[in-house]
Write a protein that binds this ligand. Structure first.
Ligand code: SF4
Ligand code: SF4
Length: 445
């Protein structure tokens, strides 16, 4: 089974019109926009970030690390420049020499925040590659996400992200994939003879999926259900908290992120889950695994794992049994930045591919610095960013082509969409496969 092309094409049409479904942010004065941005900076800057803002030696290495710069050679896409509003604010209002900078530097303006919208939303996927390459250990990517939040609060978020963020904030859904649509998708599986564990009061493992899984990547949803049944664990999908995607994180709207995170935490606690498994969604994993406790205010009472990590561990424990894929083939694996570079999950997906008997051809770069696909951070939804995204995708495409692999395996819905869109634009004939689907289709009897 592969991506439902009809649903995928419909989804692309939805994206094209997404921006028209929300009204522009109006009624904010320039002063109010700047005030809101500064409030974000004030609350988000901490001592480590202050150190990062002080220690840049302007070596420019982060530029070469960024696929947007690497493919365009436009200096405005240098990662550290993307944090300029934050740096300017810090120097004038928080840094040790603020009295001097107040005299010799300009304050940030609404115009500046508007201009920076393109730099933090269209030309940054928050992939973290620049942070990893920086010789000073500066976490550039983390600072860019703070600027994103400030720009969003100032009312300059791209309309497409605002549309989905608004939907998730108000309804708890993304792309119209609500509990009824989820139930219908699962009911269809039941009619096809698949046992589905839904809304259990008590379960050891709670599985999250994304709205994409209901609308487009139904193959991954079906595979997930089959795999969980195969493992024989007490698991469930909850219709009150199944959404893995976090458009509050993609858009920079903290309140939306907080609400969606809390919904998942509440459901997991209510069913007594010991483990929450995030489906093939990089941001869903990051939001809960690395930032969930901060928003909850204390340690999470359950373990969070990405599905590739969970399945790798189940394989090692002998509970997951797979057969070799029927036709020996060569594949390369694309690590989703949020799960790989940020989350450190590299070995488990490779162990799964090894068990499936495929020939894994690694890309030339070390896994930690593998190129991003160019669509993370909501860039794949941003119509204005389409040409830039396609340019950035070229870094990934070249790395894949060099391997000579017959197909690309991915483990993130957003990466999967970006690859599908990118390969269509580039007239590139190569299958893009989901890791979960590959496992689900090759379960041992
Ligand atoms: S690589 Fe680090 S030190 Fe060099 S310019 Fe970029 S942020 Fe500054
Ligand atoms: S996080 Fe990734 S996309 Fe963003 S500036 Fe750094 S390297 Fe570029």
């Amino acid at each position: 089974m592969s991506l439902n092309q009809e649903s995928f094409q419909e989804f692309r049409e939805v994206i094209r019109q997404l921006g028209e479904t929300v009204q522009p942010v109006e009624g904010l004065t320039d002063n109010e926009r700047v005030r809101r941005a500064k409030q974000v900076f004030l609350t988000r800057v901490h001592s480590a970030m202050a150190m990062d803002l002080e220690t840049c030696i302007h070596c420019g290495m982060c530029a070469e690390a960024c696929h947007f710069y690497a493919q365009t050679k436009n200096p405005k896409y240098t990662p550290i420049l993307k944090v300029e509003p934050l740096r300017q604010y810090y120097r004038r209002e928080l840094g040790p020499h603020r009295w001097l900078f107040k005299l010799v530097s300009r304050d940030i303006t609404a115009k500046m925040l508007e201009e920076w919208q393109e730099l933090v939303y269209d030309s940054c996927t928050e992939c973290g590659r620049c942070s990893m390459i920086c010789p000073m250990g500066i976490n550039v990517s983390a600072m860019i996400s703070v600027v994103r939040q400030a720009v969003a609060e100032a009312g300059y978020m791209p309309a497409e992200l605002r549309a989905v963020e608004k939907e998730q904030n108000e309804k708890g859904t993304t792309f119209g994939a609500g509990p009824n649509e989820l139930k219908a998708a699962l009911q269809k599986m039941r009619e096809d003879g698949v046992d589905v564990s839904i809304d259990k009061d008590k379960a050891d493992v709670m599985v999250l999926i994304s709205g994409f899984g209901i609308n487009i990547t139904q193959d991954a949803l079906l595979a997930t259900v089959k795999i969980m049944n195969h493992l024989g664990v007490n698991w469930t999908i909850r219709t009150d908290a199944y959404e893995c995607a976090h458009f509050g994180m993609l858009s920079g709207r903290e309140q939306t992120l907080r609400n969606s995170t809390q919904r998942v935490i509440n459901a997991a606690i209510s069913c007594g889950a010991k483990t929450v498994v995030t489906g093939e969604c990089g941001y869903g994993y990051t939001a809960l695994r690395w930032e969930g406790a901060r928003r909850y205010g204390k340690p999470l009472p359950f373990t969070v794992m990405s599905i590739s990590e969970f399945l790798g561990q189940q394989l090692q424990a002998g509970r997951l049994r797979v057969r070799k894929v029927p036709q020996q083939k060569s594949v390369t694996f694309h690590d989703p930045c949020k799960v790989g570079r940020i989350g450190g999950v590299f070995e488990e997906p490779r162990a799964l591919l090894n068990a499936l008997g495929v020939e894994l051809r690694e890309m030339a770069d070390p896994v930690q610095t593998n190129w991003c696909c160019g669509g993370g951070g909501g860039v794949f939804l941003n119509n204005r960013a389409a040409p830039l995204r396609q340019a950035a995708f070229e870094s990934k495409r070249s790395a894949v082509v060099e391997t000579g692999a017959e197909s690309v395996v991915v483990s993130c819905d957003s990466c999967r969409m970006t690859f599908e869109i990118g390969k269509a634009n580039a007239h590139w004939e190569i299958p893009i496969e989901s890791l979960v689907v590959l496992v689900g289709e090759n379960l041992a009897d």
